[in-house]
Design a protein around this ligand. Structure first.
Ligand code: IPE
Ligand code: IPE
Ligand code: MG
Length: 237
């Protein structure tokens, strides 16, 4: 497949945090928070194109999340598999191209099968590019890209971004993030999109991910449009 990207809209990246605390605050098991969180993903993906989003990058499972209890990891993987199986037809129909970003060699055969089917069923989607980050570590990807860059002849940031794309198995390079939103009240990046977010507008919300909704997405995009992105220059006013 050639290199291409969905044009004419924002690249929004979401750190979907707070599932566990949302559940615990209600006396529910953490698993219930993850289930509710997965339902929220459906509605956000559906609303994203109308909100002006053309690339949506979701942090679903970090490489450090393998250090959670085995049962929680299994549940997260099974929710991920179910999400792909359930949503792939709708995504294909609605022009949503789904790709998975992250290491694949530690995913189970069952998960990988759904990943492959989903990526090929949705490969022609040009309304929204949905990038699901699973077993994702930005630092590991930067290291991998550095090795590729050292072995290549091209120089400069664009060349490095291409290496970063290749390091993640992507044909789209490493698109710069316009707007990064983290739910769950923490003010940190947790090893997410460190290069791509160099000039991202960053928004930290106290709302837990299971309570994030389309209105929050829309107000985040509106907040983004109210920022002046100076990229190092002096203000224009
Ligand atoms: C985000 O919610 C989902 C994943 C990290 C997989 P958490 O599970 O981190 O929820 P909190 O932060 O413990 O509330
Ligand atoms: C970041 O959340 C990863 C995802 C949302 C998938 P974490 O809950 O794992 O991050 P920390 O541990 O609070 O930094
Ligand atoms: Mg968390």
């Amino acid at each position: 497949m050639g290199s291409r990207e969905v044009d004419g809209g924002l690249h929004v990246a979401l750190i979907m945090d707070g599932n566990g605390r949302w559940a615990e605050a209600r006396g529910l098991p953490r698993s219930e928070g993850h289930r509710r969180g997965a339902d929220v993903v459906d509605s956000i993906v559906e609303a994203a194109p109308d909100a002006g989003v053309r690339i949506l990058t979701l942090y679903a499972f970090s490489s450090d999340n393998w250090n959670r209890p085995r049962r929680e990891v299994s549940l997260l993987m099974s929710l991920f598999r179910t999400y792909l199986r359930k949503e792939r037809r709708r995504c294909a129909r609605e022009g949503v191209r789904v790709t998975i970003v992250g290491r694949r060699d530690r995913l189970s055969a069952a998960v990988l099968r759904e990943v492959d089917r989903t990526e090929s069923a949705t490969r022609d989607g040009d309304v929204l590019h949905l990038r699901l980050c699973v077993d994702y570590s930005s630092r590991d990807r930067l290291l991998d890209a550095a090795e590729r860059y050292a072995a290549s002849e091209a120089r400069g940031r664009d060349a490095y971004a291409r290496c970063l794309g290749e390091a993640g198995g992507e044909d789209t390079g490493a698109p710069a993030v316009d707007l990064l939103v983290r739910t769950g009240g923490e003010h940190r990046l947790s090893d997410f999109m460190l290069w791509e977010s160099a000039y991202a507008e960053i928004r930290f919300l106290d709302v837990m991910w299971p309570e994030f909704d389309v209105a929050e997405l829309q107000s985040s995009v509106a907040w983004f449009h109210g920022r002046e992105r100076r990229f190092g220059r002096t203000p224009t006013r």
